[in-house]
Design a protein. Structure first.
Length: 240
């Protein structure tokens, strides 16, 4: 465990010993491990070299722009088996399995319908939120009761590894991350206009985990529509 710089024994008119000075020298030269917290700005002249990863609170994104076909029902739709980025139309019908928040077991053929945190990643992903931009795709008046639901599900690295390089035939466990509905806008949607709906999420996922975006016409909608969707997952990188 790393040391911390200490002011113990340092006082006005007191004696400054070698240990008081050497702890700072040891910390700054790397002779011994110290945890150092800096408050305020740090200005560095010259190069900065790190022997390990440097992490901050920068947001990174998984994102995709697609057309969603709600398929004449209120079933959940998502990317095809070819994957999130290759399927420009989300018209794969997942039924009502994602209506609740309980864990679900999805078939093996649908494992590829999400984003991956590579097993080789040298960070974990701290999922912060989803931003979903929604717009009506077709020339149809949107009724006051017509709304879109967007949901995010995930599988932990352990869930994925249970199905990776295995001979069994069981499905993969998926867990609820968050759901948001266009009722968040607070007004009747207008065709072709764009709307932003967001949902905070607080989940840390290790390398090997996966995330699965899903959408559907919300319960109570009067018709089924085509939607233009720009789906974003925001996350921060954390050291392992």
């Amino acid at each position: 465990m790393a040391n911390t710089l200490s002011k113990t024994g340092i006082s006005t008119d007191g004696t400054i010993t070698a240990a008081h000075i050497s702890q700072s020298i040891d910390a700054l030269t790397g002779t011994q491990a110290y945890d150092i917290t800096i408050s305020g700005s740090l200005i560095i002249t010259g190069s900065t070299i790190s022997n390990s990863q440097v992490f901050d609170n920068t947001y990174y994104q998984w994102e995709v722009s697609v057309q969603a076909d709600t398929n004449d029902d209120t079933n959940w739709q998502g990317p095809p088996n070819t994957g999130v980025t290759t399927g420009t139309v989300w018209n794969k019908d997942f039924g009502t399995v994602y209506d609740g928040v309980a864990d679900v077991v999805q078939t093996r053929t649908n494992i590829n319908t999400g984003w991956r945190i590579p097993h080789s990643a040298n960070y974990s992903a701290s999922i912060k939120s989803i931003d979903v931009y929604v717009g009506g795709r077709q020339d149809a008046t949107i009724d006051a009761t017509d709304h879109l639901s967007a949901s995010l599900w995930y599988s932990t690295a352990a869930d994925v590894d249970e199905r990776l390089n295995q001979s069994g035939t069981t499905g993969i466990t998926q867990r609820h991350g968050g759901t948001v509905i266009t009722t968040q806008v607070g007004a009747t949607l207008v065709k072709f206009n764009q709307y932003l709906i967001t949902q905070s999420i607080n989940i840390d996922l290790a390398p090997g985990a996966m995330l699965f975006p899903r959408v559907k016409m919300a319960e109570g909608s009067s018709q089924n529509l085509l939607w233009d969707i720009y789906y974003i997952v925001n996350y921060c990188k954390k050291p392992l």
